[in-house]
Ligand binder design. Structure first.
Ligand code: MN
Length: 171
């Protein structure tokens, strides 16, 4: 289930300019397309927040090193709380003393396509998306390696495209 409760609980919107997110936007639960964004976040520890639109929110992971556009270069990604859709446009300075204090810039953004809806494949611990960004292009995979829900550990990397098996007609 998607909820912004955790997102709001962590933040004081009198201090931060991050969007409050009026409510989870209505999108088809079964939709397997949407936007993605990667935000470079100069928090206490520099990381890259990878977010995928699903079920009216942005499903989110904190990636500990800069995501790689090259095949098979694995990055540790820690699952974090759902963010509101309009967070995808957020750039700016989260003030000192606020949650996640530090500068946020958009590192990459674009659309994605998937075969299965992202929220459902997250439950199964394997998310496959085709990213159409400026830096990240092609088939990317998230594989859950430890834990479940918030703080679960995943690996994020570019993977070879699947080649459809050719149907060779019998002669
Ligand atoms: Mn972050």
């Amino acid at each position: 289930m998607s909820t912004l409760k955790e997102y709001r609980r962590k933040r004081d919107f009198k201090i931060t300019k991050e969007p409050r997110g009026a409510r989870a936007a209505r999108t088809r639960a079964a939709a397997a397309t949407g936007i993605f964004v990667v935000q470079e976040h100069h928090a206490r520890r520099l990381h890259w927040d990878f977010r995928l639109e699903a079920e009216g929110v942005l499903k989110s992971w904190a990636v500990t090193k800069e995501p790689s556009p090259s095949l098979g270069v694995r990055r540790l990604a820690i699952e974090t709380e759902d963010h509101p859709l309009d967070y995808a446009q957020f750039e700016g300075e989260i003030p000192k003393n606020a949650y996640g204090a530090g500068r946020v810039t958009i590192w990459d953004h674009g659309n994605y396509e998937a075969i299965k809806p992202v929220a459902r494949s997250m439950e199964n611990g394997l998310v496959e998306v085709f990213l159409k960004g400026r830096k990240l292009k092609g088939r990317f995979v998230l594989v859950r390696t430890r834990g479940e829900g918030a703080k679960a550990q995943w690996l994020f990397f570019k993977a070879k495209p699947k080649i459809a098996r050719l149907k060779i007609p019998e002669i």
